[in-house]
Design a protein around this ligand. Structure first.
Ligand code: MSP
Length: 523
């Protein structure tokens, strides 16, 4: 692998970020950081989706211009991602000048190709989805099933895209590439939707939607917000239909595009069709994650249960986002829905990060100082039952974790990492180095500690994508070279000799204060 291009959905800026948006960015960041440990050419794109009727209406209700609303909220997304250590390479805003120009050219190219035509149309438009709905998909009361709102009847002359022309090619692609849609159980859903697709409206009359990109040769029409939004994945790299940048040539097609299950149709039907029409290759994988609920309830403004990602950090007085990242990333198996609750957050991160992982390193280093003045003795793991096996298991875990990541199974991979930590805790309990020391069996005692420290180097590398700050602190105390690629990890990461002094041992993660959590749940 000499490059890896990963993208997130770009968020609507009609409000501030919530933990659902954060979940996706965290998952993506973890995948990006993991593959950075396996390849050098990482490009991670995220951004904001700023045009459309939804933004136009929200701005009007607030008495500000759409651009003012976008500027205000785009900054909130950037601030949130900074607080969560989302290490993106580029943040695109669909109001960026270069993007708007490229979208106009993309639209023009589709017209020239004969894939876009004008047509009078009457349909039901849902502002929440920013799309026309099929009457058969509405609830019994005639509401949009996702937004529980009555769609607007729209009668306009619009441009239409010949989606039906690409139907067979997309069906073929999905069938021939069973890992195109991840998890694969969602592919059938998409194949069913493809059965009755029709050509789609790809513009709105300027008289109704002013906040959009003008069609180049017909300024009475705004380009449909989903053409605008989906194009971000290529315009951000410098694609503009004519002179495509080196970055575009290097990074497209994307290795994985991470999105929520609610927008899978747009990414697995519309987006491939636009790409085929532009004669561009399709992304290798579309990862559709599940939804995050709060205390098992759907987040919604009307219920007043929308949680901002930074408020979780504030509630628990967390200076670093690692625990929140870990919790979110492990909240659901790949593609399934997850849940956030203060109580569960506290229990899980205390158990996994403080008790199992943090304590293990802390007490092992403390014993090294107490019994050996912080000096790692020459290694001879054969002296201790199970030490070589433990290290073999840890190195085997690296391969298992990599394999999970090959399928974007972020939570499943974390389970393996905590599994090896638990196994190592058991190894310590079984071999009781404190008893060995008391009995004067210092050689055996030294080997138990050294084996654990070797495993902890491997654990620090594996946990890094989830908890970058904790991992760095672990690696520092282990004097472990953190830049090593995952495949170069060995059972011999620590040099013999002085490793650490008492004053340099610090807990890598402090337990989340239970009083703080109790306070917040009473709010
Ligand atoms: N702007 C479009 C995406 C365009 S991508 C070319 C959009 N924006 S959104 O703000 O509504 O959602 C952005 C992402 O956040 C989507 O992938 C969506 O699935 C995800 N989530 C929004 N709420 C969510 C949860 N409650 N839980 C998990 N993810 C959720 O759709």
């Amino acid at each position: 692998m000499d490059k890896f291009y990963i993208t997130t959905a770009i968020d609507y800026v009609n409000g501030a970020p919530h933990i659902g948006h954060a979940y996706e960015k965290i998952l993506t960041d973890i995948i990006a950081r993991h593959f950075s440990q396996r390849t050098d050419g990482m490009f991670f794109l995220t951004g904001t989706d700023e045009h459309g009727i939804k933004i136009q209406k929200t701005a009007a209700a607030k008495g500000i211009t759409p651009k003012e609303l976008c500027d205000e909220n785009a900054q909130k997304f950037k601030d949130a991602w900074k607080a969560l250590d989302i290490n993106y390479n580029k943040f695109i805003r669909t109001t960026d000048d270069y993007h708007e120009k490229a979208v106009q050219k993309i639209f023009k190219k589709l017209v020239e190709k004969g894939d876009i035509y004008k047509h009078s149309y009457e349909g039901l438009y849902c502002t929440g989805c920013e799309c026309f709905l099929n009457p058969k998909d509405l609830t019994e009361d005639g509401l949009c099933p996702d937004h529980m709102k009555k769609p607007e009847v729209v009668k306009e002359e619009n441009y239409f895209f010949k989606l039906t022309k690409y139907k067979d090619a997309i069906i073929k692609h999905i069938k021939e590439n069973p890992d195109f849609i991840v998890p694969s159980f969602r592919a059938n859903e998409v194949l069913n939707q493809l059965e009755d697709i029709q050509d789609i409206s790809v513009s709105r009359a300027k008289s109704n939607v002013q906040w959009g990109i003008d069609v180049l040769d017909d300024p009475e029409q705004s380009i449909y917000v989903w053409i605008d939004a989906l194009s971000n994945y290529i315009t951000a790299l410098g694609y503009d239909t004519e002179e495509n940048s080196d970055e575009f040539k290097k990074y497209w097609p994307a290795d994985v595009q991470v999105i929520g299950k609610d927008i899978l149709k747009f990414h697995s039907i519309y987006w491939p069709a636009f790409l085929l029409a532009l004669d561009l290759p399709l992304p290798k994988h579309i990862l559709a994650h599940g939804w995050i609920t709060i205390d098992e309830t759907k987040m919604s403004k009307s219920l007043g249960n929308v949680i901002s990602p930074t408020s979780v950090l504030e509630t628990f007085e967390l200076k670093e986002p690692d625990a929140f990242r870990y919790y979110m990333a492990t909240s659901a198996p790949c593609g399934r829905d997850g849940n956030y609750s203060d109580e569960d957050f506290k229990e899980k991160v205390n158990a996994h990060l403080a008790n199992s992982m943090g304590n293990l390193l802390n007490r092992t280093l403390s014993m090294l100082v107490k019994y050996f003045d912080g000096v790692v003795q020459p290694k001879n793991f054969a002296l201790v039952d199970g030490a070589n096996e433990l290290l073999k298991k840890a190195l085997g875990t690296v391969k298992i974790v990599e394999n999970h990541f090959n399928h974007f199974e972020v939570a499943e991979a974390a389970q393996e990492i905590i599994g090896i930590v638990d196994m190592t805790n058991k190894f310590v309990t079984d071999n009781a180095p404190w008893t060995l020391a008391k009995e004067g069996k210092m050689d055996e005692c030294a080997q138990v500690l050294a084996a654990v420290l070797e495993v902890m180097c491997i654990v620090s590398a594996l946990i890094y994508p989830y908890c970058p700050n904790i991992a760095k602190s672990m690696a520092k105390q282990l004097s472990f070279d953190f830049s090593v690629k995952l495949d170069d990890l060995t059972a011999d990461n620590i040099k013999e000799g002085k490793l650490i002094s008492k004053e340099d041992i610090t807990p890598v993660f402090l337990r989340v204060d239970s009083e703080l959590a109790d306070k917040s749940s009473k709010k």
